[in-house]
Design a protein. Structure first.
Length: 276
């Protein structure tokens, strides 16, 4: 887990004065020169899609000026390296035919998933669903509350909570959100709805970005069964008791609630809290 102190200034607190190193500056402490064929992308990288035109522009800049900022890598047992931060630069460097890339190794006390997420947020906006999935992975991995995660990534708790809600968005509307056709406000209003739940005229307006949030809230062709919003309920319960929770249920309405803890101290604290 990355401490708030270390991430208080974002990615620059990790790179420090090394953030503007030039490829030719080979003597600076901690800077490595790594063959590009030994560097591989991280499959858990939050960003799944890259703008080819922007990568090509970056490649042209790298051809002219070199790779000014080093990659951040995690070394594997087989002497290969996994990207933690800098995948856009790595992709562009391949196009620019660079053979050796400047890099820094991630300190062992830093979480690569957190650093990767922060780097992506700072460099260029992630798609909403990419950011939401990254937040959810960090919450599940480190048992974070929304407050803790907000301090780590430098976003408000409400921003994180609202983003996590869209994980319950139907893939049809999720695609419209990622394409920028609908806004986060539209997405929140559409959580729990399917395309067939909506009036056809309204759906056609949504498809071209002409529907208002109020239109979506006030109109549907089918009366929807009042099913619980599991992500919101899990969020509310987790914030109330201070532990990550998981709620599941079946069509008959039966289900269970799981509460996650990391050690016996947390277990005893939880039991006493539930008894009080």
């Amino acid at each position: 887990m990355v401490s708030n102190k270390k991430l208080g200034k974002g990615l620059s607190s990790l790179l420090g004065s090394k953030a503007n190193l030039n490829l030719e500056n080979k003597k600076d402490d901690g800077l490595l020169l790594i063959p590009i064929e030994k560097i591989f992308r991280d499959e858990n990288q939050p960003r799944k899609e890259f703008d080819k035109e922007k990568i090509d522009e970056l490649a042209q800049s790298i051809k002219k000026n070199g790779l000014i900022q080093p990659l951040i890598l995690n070394k594997k047992d087989d002497n290969s390296y996994t990207l933690v931060a800098g995948e856009r630069r790595w992709r562009a460097a391949q196009i620019a035919n660079l053979k050796i890339l400047p890099a820094l190794l991630l300190p062992s006390d830093l979480d690569k998933d957190e650093i990767s997420l922060i780097e992506n947020i700072q460099r260029e906006n992630l798609k909403a669903t990419e950011e939401a999935n990254a937040y959810q992975r960090l919450i599940e991995k480190n048992n974070y509350t929304h407050d803790q995660l907000s301090q780590i990534v430098g976003k408000s708790r409400s921003h994180i909570t609202n983003l996590l809600r869209i994980l319950n968005l139907h893939e049809y509307f999720s695609d419209l959100l990622n394409k920028g056709i609908i806004s986060m406000g539209h997405a929140r209003a559409l959580v729990g709805k399917k395309p067939e739940d909506l009036d056809k005229k309204l759906l056609s307006q949504i498809n071209i970005g002409k529907a208002s949030v109020r239109d979506i809230e006030n109109n549907s062709s089918k009366k929807k069964i009042n099913e619980p919003n599991l992500i919101q309920e899990e969020t509310n319960l987790s914030q109330t008791i201070g532990f990550r929770t998981k709620i599941t249920y079946n069509k008959s309405g039966k289900g269970n609630i799981k509460i996650f803890y990391n050690n016996l101290e947390q277990y005893n604290f939880l039991i006493n809290k539930l008894k009080s």
